[in-house]
Design a protein around this ligand. Sequence first.
Ligand code: IDP
Ligand code: MG
Length: 138
Amino acid sequence: MERTLILVKPDGVKRNLVGEVLSRVERKGYSIVALKLMQADRALLVQHYAEHEGKPFFEPLVEFMMSGPIVAVVAEGNRVIEGFRKLAGATDPTIAEPGTIRGDLARDQGTKVVQNLVHGSDSVESAIREIHIFFPEL
Ligand code: IDP
Ligand code: MG
């Protein structure tokens, strides 16, 4: 069965949207198989966002992700990687379709990094890599 890594980012936790995000995942029919509230440190985030190192938003992204607790989740189901990306919507919350997490619940805050509530793995390879970073015990 396919698995994906979902993160509720610090903006989502601060706005008390953890239940809203998890509810959408569960209502879609995916199962939550691991979950933790945690404070991510720089080393973990640099590893997680390695593909973005060198981009102008990289440092703001790491700072933002360290700005408060996050919720890390492993969800499971057939095509859950693609399915959660659809639930999340486009990276830019202004562009994200209404009906999606980002489209319904986030907007442009004028910050250097886009604050868009959630992360979802984008491929099978990414999911395996990212789940191992956040849940080495799995
Ligand atoms: P994704 O989260 O939709 O997969 P990625 O391109 O992997 O988007 O980017 C990771 C995160 O970095 C985004 O969710 C967003 O928070 C931030 N980000 C991506 N592109 C930009 C940008 O062009 N400007 C500012 N922040 C960005
Ligand atoms: Mg991504």
